[in-house]
Design a protein around this ligand. Sequence first.
Ligand code: CO
Length: 147
Amino acid sequence: MARLTIIKSDNPLIRKHSKEVDDFSPHLHELLDNMQETMLHANGVGIAGVQVGVLYRMAVLLTEEYGILEIINPRIISATRNKIATEGCLSCPGISGRVRRPHLVTVEFQDRNGVKQTKTLRGRDAVCCGHEMDHMDGVLFIDKMQN
Ligand code: CO
């Protein structure tokens, strides 16, 4: 495994929309392994492809309920329990702020082998999922921050 460079919010790439993943090859697995190592080394709980300059719809989450969860081509099936919680982002060092998001989310996605999965995420895990999915559309938590 290798650590990757995390791009910051002042890099225009961070605002790009990511494309669907259609190649579930060993190359993807290596990339996901490297994203995980990069996230853990930075003490993050989530990292999206775009944050390491890879414009594909995938993210690695460190969840409380399931441990490491890789979500590829995710789609929200249901999202409820909107609440405000404090967030930060590996691409926005030194910044944290309050964001309103669903705290109960059911998400359908593909795993690293392209197999469809469905998971229900709660609390911080749900927030993390929403945050990482925003990255796939070029959206940062600072866009949604409130007082
Ligand atoms: Co982030």
